[in-house]
Design a protein around this ligand. Structure first.
Ligand code: AP5
Length: 226
């Protein structure tokens, strides 16, 4: 399975990529997470990326393309991967085509989730993430069993720096200006599948499975794994 999740901030890309990656046994490759780790570890990439991430702007293409190139070269990506948050610009989409050619593989589908602006803001303001393993929760729709504590690893849940209201609006405007044009790019290549992202989490997963059935080896038309 080689999928791209392409949708606005807070639409549920990470939530769905995580479920699908576990279910289909492929890595969930998330640029936002790779960047946040680099920032926390204060690597040269992290030091360069910090100002962009914290202000809700896109990190320069050359930095993220290199991060993804290195990640896709790792052996766990050989059977496939789910790219979450990459590509986000036409330059990144062109670079992705080159990388896939070098790896001698193709994308199966690009999944976009449709969610209204109002719902996005509601979701991001109530999102909490694990400070250790990065697991994502929502205070109302997907709360942890014990308030403030990660179900998976027991660490503290925190609010992301870029989930403040003014940064959310900047991220949305960057999406509309630089990332939305990719919908046409992938529609032209007959790779785009569109799913209603405002349904409950399980229903969104079922809808994605149904849409990608027939495009991905090993998933039957009913959405069951073969
Ligand atoms: P990144 O971390 O990728 O952030 P994003 O794209 O803004 O996406 P999010 O992680 O905020 O949202 P999501 O769609 O994954 O939603 P989630 O599943 O968490 O990027 C951060 C920054 O890094 C960027 O701003 C940029 O600076 C930089 N960056 C990253 N990639 C880059 C690139 N390629 N190029 C340049 N710069 C890059 O869900 C949100 C909330 O809703 C959660 O609380 C969840 O529990 C809840 N939820 C999910 N689904 C549902 C549902 N169906 N119903 C109800 N609640 C739901």
């Amino acid at each position: 399975m080689r999928l791209v999740m392409l949708a606005p901030p807070g639409a549920g890309k990470g939530t769905q990529a995580d479920i699908l990656a576990r279910r289909h046994g492929v890595p969930h490759v998330e640029t936002g997470d790779l960047l946040r780790r680099a920032i926390e570890e204060e690597t040269p990439t992290g030091r360069e990326a910090r100002q962009y991430v914290e202000s809700g702007n896109l990190v320069p293409d050359k930095i993220v393309v290199e991060l993804i190139r290195q990640r896709l070269d790792e052996p766990d990506c050989d059977p496939g991967f789910i790219l979450d948050g990459f590509p986000r610009t036409i330059q990144q989409a062109n670079a992705t085509e080159g990388m896939l050619r070098d790896l001698d593989c193709v994308l199966d589908a690009v999944v976009t989730l449709e969610v209204s602006r109002q719902e996005i803001v509601r979701r991001l303001e109530a999102r909490r993430v694990c400070s250790e393993c990065g697991a994502t929760y929502h205070l109302e729709h997907d709360p942890p069993e014990q308030t403030g504590t990660c179900d998976r690893c027991g660490s503290e849940l925190v609010q992301r720096e870029d989930d403040r209201p003014e940064t959310i609006l900047q991220r949305l405007s960057q999406y509309e200006e630089k990332t939305e044009p990719l919908l046409g790019f992938y529609r032209e290549r007959d790779l785009l599948v569109t799913v209603d992202g405002e349904q409950p989490i399980d229903a969104v997963t079922d809808a994605i499975e149904e849409e990608i059935a027939g495009r991905v080896d090993g998933i039957s038309q009913t959405g069951d794994e073969g």
